[in-house]
Design a protein around this ligand. Structure first.
Ligand code: FSX
Length: 346
């Protein structure tokens, strides 16, 4: 759990000097949209930082979030940053099970009271007293309220934890809810996405380790640096949208030329996430680059809004009209102006 070693010492032992840490800090300040002048400050703070305890609880979910985070094979220094977080409890990764696991959780909470980060993936069922998801005889609901009480901050990882996600989809048989619906009085950061982009979690953790608080958030408690723009704002197919060049089917000449997927149902114009900039699998690609439109998985109620293959311009896309975002439907360029405002937390 608690380690006396600083990150600078850990890195030094593994052959990474001050220069490597500064290069990493320059990349991270850029990723977090911080002023470049903060890079040396971040590097110095990281060098002095101690291990930060993370307690991770998995509730109603498909384990896609954990899978994707485990596959964020990144530069070695980033891996070390993750090593530097003391993951004191995570049911799927820890060796302990049963009563041993319960004891580990109690000890981690007691040893790091008021200082640990609480990571949640999955939604919380509240119907019928929360009986639809239990661990060690305790409901997710009970565990969340008890363990969040002594957390420094709560990270809601994935759309399920942030907004209820797929478990909350109609008819929501378990009464699934997101973390922010149930917890108050604690700093909460939402990192939505089904699953979320792993590098966003890296950025949030690095910011917290460096500066002791969460990065700037928008009005949905999402890190502004990663969710301040839409997929559409950063999409490499955007020039085709502006030229009015749209694929009409997934195998027509327009699709082969890489034209805009808007008319095939892409929800990029109303979806805030970092897929188009950070991409996936170490920056290899993202769904739109693979020829499929965005399904909007990082927005609340995306599953019920559905209509994945219906254009936002009409048809059965009524669910998306509830996002509160005005669409300049069918007017190339007008959409961008309607959507490009960065929403900021108050
Ligand atoms: Fe939900 Fe995550 Fe989607 Fe799955 O933990 S955000 S269903 S990728 O696994 O919670």
């Amino acid at each position: 759990m608690e380690s006396a070693e600083t990150l600078g010492e850990v890195l030094g032992r593994r052959g990474f000097g001050r220069r490597s840490l500064l290069k990493f800090a320059i990349a991270m300040t850029s990723s977090l949209a911080l002023p470049p002048a903060l890079a040396p400050v971040m590097a110095a703070n990281l060098a002095k930082a101690k291990r930060r305890s993370v307690i991770w609880l998995s509730f109603q979910e498909c384990t896609g979030c954990l899978e994707t985070l485990l596959r964020s094979s990144s530069p070695s220094i980033e891996a070390l940053i993750f090593d530097f977080v003391s993951l004191d409890y995570q049911e799927s990764l820890m060796a302990a099970a049963g009563a041993d696991a319960e004891r580990t959780l109690r000890e981690a909470v007691a040893a790091n009271k008021g200082e640990y980060l609480l990571a949640i993936d999955g939604s919380i069922p509240v119907k019928d007293g929360g009986v639809y998801s239990m661990t060690g005889g305790r409901s997710n609901l009970g565990m969340l309220s008890e363990i969040a009480a002594d957390a420094k901050a709560v990270l809601a990882i994935g759309t399920c934890a942030a907004y209820g996600g797929i478990p909350k989809a109609y008819p929501n048989p378990t009464g699934a809810a997101g973390v922010e619906d149930l917890i108050s009085g604690k700093p909460i950061v939402n990192i939505p996405g089904c699953p979320p982009v792993p590098e966003v979690l890296s950025g949030v953790l690095v910011h917290f380790i460096s500066f002791g608080h969460l990065p700037e958030l928008d009005d949905r408690k999402r890190p502004l640096a990663y969710f301040g723009t839409t997929i559409h704002d950063q999409c490499y197919r955007r020039p085709f949208y502006d030229q009015g060049k749209f694929a009409k089917s997934f195998d027509d000449e327009g699709a082969r030329q890489g034209w805009c997927l808007f008319e095939l149902g892409c929800k990029g114009p109303v979806t805030h996430n970092a897929c188009a900039s950070l991409k996936w699998n170490g920056g290899t690609s993202f769904p739109i680059e693979s020829g499929h439109g965005c399904i909007g998985c990082s927005e609340p109620d995306f599953w019920d809004a559905g209509s994945f293959y219906t254009s936002l311009a009409g048809g059965s896309s009524a669910g998306w009209r509830n996002t509160g975002i005005a669409l300049g439907v069918g007017v190339a360029g007008g959409l961008a102006a309607a959507l490009s405002g960065r929403r900021k937390s108050t």
